[in-house]
Design a protein around this ligand. Structure first.
Ligand SMILES: Nc1ncnc2c1ncn2[C@@H]1O[C@H](COP(=O)(O)OP(=O)(O)OP(=O)(O)O)[C@@H](O)[C@H]1O
Length: 330
């Protein structure tokens, strides 16, 4: 059930690393996440999309308490993440990662893997761990007999079900799904996406669903945030974003997921040059060197975050105060 209370809120979150180029280079700042503000209401699925290196995983690490933001705040249930003890945070937020094989310890049995969060946090005893593991395996569609097997004896889809069971055994409110299906065969991907959708409905979970693939996000998300060079350049309710993308980058991403005509090859994203290096971000609008609509104004001026009926967008084309404004319906 969807309510409007934000279970997750980011306020101006920025993460800057100091990066040395070459052996004797002076460390330079690299802003991986740049002034990100987002609100995720309880029960929603926020899809976070963008190309490799745009900052998706860094944002996930901040939400999981694995990295501290350089500035800004992350609030879970209205309380700052840093102020919550590890147990409370683990009960509230759990991750599911891309590659279930490398994220599951190959030397541990499925019982050990799935019960680990309970044991680490000292929740229950041996009898209750057995009961809880059987219950959660059943919920994710695995028979109890897999408890005594090892990850290497399972298929990729089964391993991802184990990773989901391990995340859910703590009964979290929020699940950070970082490319949870990209290591799986296409036929298995939709089974896992359907399972995640069912679990959300059944347990009222909130997801941050990270993917470079808009088609996968469309399947599950209720809202979508598009990330480019650390910034959220567009954010909207999913249907609105797919039907009426405002940012030229979102439009290019959408074009790239259209199914090509047989024999015509992969569709052209028309983005031209390679993704920029975040150590040397382009001036003005960071997207201008790849943008088919860019003018000299975009090279000089960074766009503002502008509210839209469904979310927000950062692009001069939609700013009534910019010389590039294309009108209200543009
Ligand atoms: N610990 C770190 N130290 C220095 N730079 C880092 C660190 N972690 C990430 N970065 C840099 O921050 C930027 C964002 O990286 P991040 O892994 O968050 O992107 P991503 O969108 O998740 O990419 P991918 O989809 O390839 O995982 C990249 O330029 C990356 O090289």
């Amino acid at each position: 059930m969807t309510t409007t209370a934000p279970v997750l809120e980011l306020r101006g979150v920025t993460k800057t690393y100091r990066v040395k180029q070459g052996l004797f280079g002076t460390p330079r700042p690299l802003t991986a996440v740049n002034d990100v503000s987002l609100t995720v209401p309880r029960g929603e699925v926020l899809g976070l999309v963008g190309e490799s290196g745009c900052g998706k995983s860094t944002l996930a690490k901040i939400l999981l308490g694995l990295e501290n933001p350089t500035s800004g705040q992350v609030l879970v249930d209205g309380q700052e993440i840093g102020a919550q003890d590890r147990m409370t945070l683990a009960r509230r937020i759990q991750p599911i990662f891309q590659d279930p094989y490398s994220s599951l310890n190959p030397r541990k049995s499925i019982f050990d893997i799935v019960s680990l969060p309970l044991r680490v946090h000292g929740i229950g005893d041996a009898a209750s761990w057995d009961k809880e593991v059987r219950k959660i395996l059943d919920i994710v569609g695995l028979p109890a007999r897999v408890m005594n097997t090892f990850p290497s004896q399972m298929s990729g889809g089964q391993r991802q079900r184990v990773a989901i069971a391990r995340a859910l055994i703590m009964k979290p409110e929020i699940v950070i799904c970082d490319e949870p299906t990209s290591a799986l065969d296409v036929s298995v991907q939709s089974q896992i996406l359907n399972l995640l959708g069912d679990l959300r409905r059944e347990f009222g979970l909130t997801y941050l669903f990270i993917s470079h693939d808009l088609a996968v996000v469309e399947h599950l998300a209720t809202r979508v945030a598009v990330m480019y060079l650390g910034r959220i350049v567009e954010e909207a309710e999913v249907g609105g974003l797919f039907d009426h993308a405002r940012h030229p980058y979102t439009q290019a991403l959408l074009k790239s997921v259209l199914t090509p005509e047989p024999g015509l090859g992969v569709p052209d994203t028309q983005l031209g040059m390679a993704y920029p290096n975040p150590i040397d971000p382009p001036s003005g609008c960071h997207f201008h060197p790849r943008c088919p609509r860019a003018t000299d104004f975009c090279k000089k001026e960074a766009p503002r975050a502008l509210p839209t009926p469904l979310g927000h967008v950062e692009c001069h084309l939609h700013d009534p105060q910019s010389p590039m404004f294309i009108g209200k319906e543009g």
